[in-house]
Every structure is written in structure tokens, then in C-alpha cells.
Ligand binder design. Structure first.
Ligand code: MF3
Ligand code: CO
Ligand code: CO
Length: 283
């Protein structure tokens, strides 16, 4: 089976310099990101009470095979699966396993496919059956945080503008922003410069220039921002065990703002739409 071994297969390295991509880069990212977003769309019908996160991994692995692509996460720095599945108080990098999802859970599914060397990285929250209002509200706040961050992307602005916008909004909703993980340059590399912090100050960090391609992927908690890593070396959880949510898009800076590459082809981006889905209608 084909797996992705970035260190061996890819001569490109993260040197700390921010790459500027041209039209071929944007075209390549559109292809990779469309496939990732299509897979995230199809997952909406799969995530129901009783399903295991391993079944979600199996679905993503098969989707990759069927579309002649590979998952960037499989074997990435020893990560063992094709997808990350982060449930409830898991902040990110949850590893699929055989435990069934239960009614009321919220799960982030984070997919990265590689097409012709281009990385399409995106994640969304999925409701498992009917949610309690607090969980639903957290997902809405997190999705809005991502959109508010995206709105701050303009050439001539700075990476810090994104972080300030996200932090100001999330905290105004009495939520907190995780500091230990950030967005990242993406493109020919999975994780590249710059780091895109989801907190901070306007004007800080590198200047935004047309041709930069990166992710924004805020992790927002109902409680305090602090996380710890479990003994598996991957799973990040909130220290206070409160709920955490995350949404992620890959985007490119344009002359006027930005182009989001990972929007849902099926219009399933917003929690409001995905969460009102009638599971019976998906049969
Ligand atoms: N997709 C994640 C991100 O948004 C990275 C996952 S790396 C893994 O950057 F190894 F945990 F899969
Ligand atoms: Co990412
Ligand atoms: Co991701």
C-alpha cells in the first residue's frame, strides 16, 4: 500500500523562509483541496452514533485509494492512521480506534490528501446525533473564529492580524484559544513556514503577501486553554477536560484578500447546515 513518507519522498525542506507560489501552485492546491473537501463532505453521512473512529479511518483510507491519492498523515513522523479524529475534550491529533461514537459527542475530522505533491489540509466538526447546546455553541463559535481569521487575510497585513481577530472574537464569547498548536504554511510541504498563531497582536509576525499559502485552524475551548499530550505521544486533550473544537481551511493570499481552497463543494461548511442534517435523509 502506498503511504506518504515526506522525509524520503520530498526533497523540499522547511527552511523558515515563506514560499511564494504562482498560478501552478494555486491550481495544484485547488485540486488537492477539492478532494479533501469532498471527502469531508462524504463523511457527514458516516458520523452517527455507534460508528467507530476506526471506521472513519477506513473510509478515508478507501477514499484515498479510490481517488489515487495518499493521506499525508499516514506514517507522518510515526503517526499511524490516515486521519485524525478528535472527540469532545480531545483538542487535536486523536488517533482512530475501536470505541464507538455516542449520541451528543462532537468529533473533529482532519484530512490531508496529497495530489501531485500538493497538500490539501482541512478539518471540520461533526455532531454525533443531537447535541447539548454548549457543544453546539462551541462548534459555532469555533467556525466563526475561523471565518473571522480568514477575513483578516489581506496583502500588506500581518500574520498577527489573524491571531488578534480570532482571539478577540473567541474570548468575547467566553471561550479560550489553544496556544500549543498553530496554523502553518502548506503547499509542496505539509508543514511549512509561517506559523499562523490563533492569538496575538495586530501587526506582529511576517507581512502577508500574494502567493503565500497557509492554513488557519483555530482550536477553541469552553474552559481554559491549557492542553496536555497523552502517553500515545499524539493525543492532545484539555487539561481541565472541557470541550474543545477546531475547524481548518487551507488558503492562498491574493492581490485583494485570499482564496479559500477547502470550502465544501456540497455547501456543508457551516455547523448550522451540517448540524441540521436529518440522519434519516442521508440513507
Ligand atoms: N492535519 C494536521 C494539521 O492540521 C496535522 C496532523 S499530523 C498527524 O496540521 F500526524 F497528527 F496526523
Ligand atoms: Co493543518
Ligand atoms: Co489538518
Amino acid at each position: 500500500m502506498t503511504t506518504y513518507l515526506e522525509a524520503e519522498a520530498n526533497p523540499i525542506r522547511n527552511t523558515g523562509a515563506i514560499r511564494i507560489y504562482g498560478p501552478e501552485g494555486f491550481a495544484g492546491m485547488r485540486r488537492a483541496c477539492r478532494l479533501t473537501a469532498q471527502c469531508l463532505d462524504e463523511l457527514a453521512a458516516i458520523v452517527v452514533p455507534g460508528v467507530t473512529t476506526q471506521a472513519i479511518d477506513d473510509f478515508v483510507a478507501k477514499f484515498a485509494r479510490d481517488h489515487d491519492t495518499v493521506s499525508a498523515t499516514l506514517n507522518y513522523r510515526g503517526y499511524p492512521k490516515s486521519v485524525c479524529t478528535s472527540i469532545n475534550h480531545v483538542v487535536c491529533h486523536g488517533i482512530p480506534n475501536d470505541k464507538p461514537l455516542k449520541e451528543g459527542d462532537i468529533v473533529n475530522i482532519d484530512v490531508t490528501f496529497v495530489v501531485d505533491g500538493w497538500h490539501g489540509d482541512s478539518s471540520r466538526m461533526y455532531p454525533v446525533g443531537k447535541l447539548k447546546r454548549a457543544a453546539e455553541r462551541l462548534c459555532e463559535v469555533t467556525y466563526r473564529s475561523l471565518l473571522i481569521g480568514i477575513e483578516a487575510v489581506k496583502p500588506g497585513g500581518h500574520v498577527g492580524d489573524i491571531g488578534e481577530a480570532i482571539q478577540a472574537y473567541a474570548e468575547s464569547e467566553r471561550c479560550s484559544v489553544v496556544r500549543d498548536f498553530c496554523g502553518h504554511g502548506v503547499g509542496k510541504l505539509f508543514h511549512d513556514a509561517p506559523n499562523v498563531l490563533h492569538y496575538g497582536r495586530r501587526g506582529d509576525g511576517p507581512e502577508l503577501k500574494p502567493g503565500m499559502i497557509f492554513t488557519i485552524e483555530p482550536m477553541i475551548n469552553l474552559g481554559r486553554p491549557h492542553v496536555k499530550i497523552l502517553n500515545d505521544g499524539w493525543t492532545a486533550v484539555t487539561r481541565d477536560r472541557t470541550l474543545s473544537a477546531q475547524y481548518e481551511h487551507s488558503l492562498g493570499v491574493t492581490e485583494t484578500g485570499c482564496e479559500v481552497f477547502t470550502f465544501s463543494p456540497g455547501g456543508l461548511d457551516t455547523p448550522g447546515i451540517a448540524f441540521q442534517r436529518d440522519p434519516a435523509a442521508a440513507e
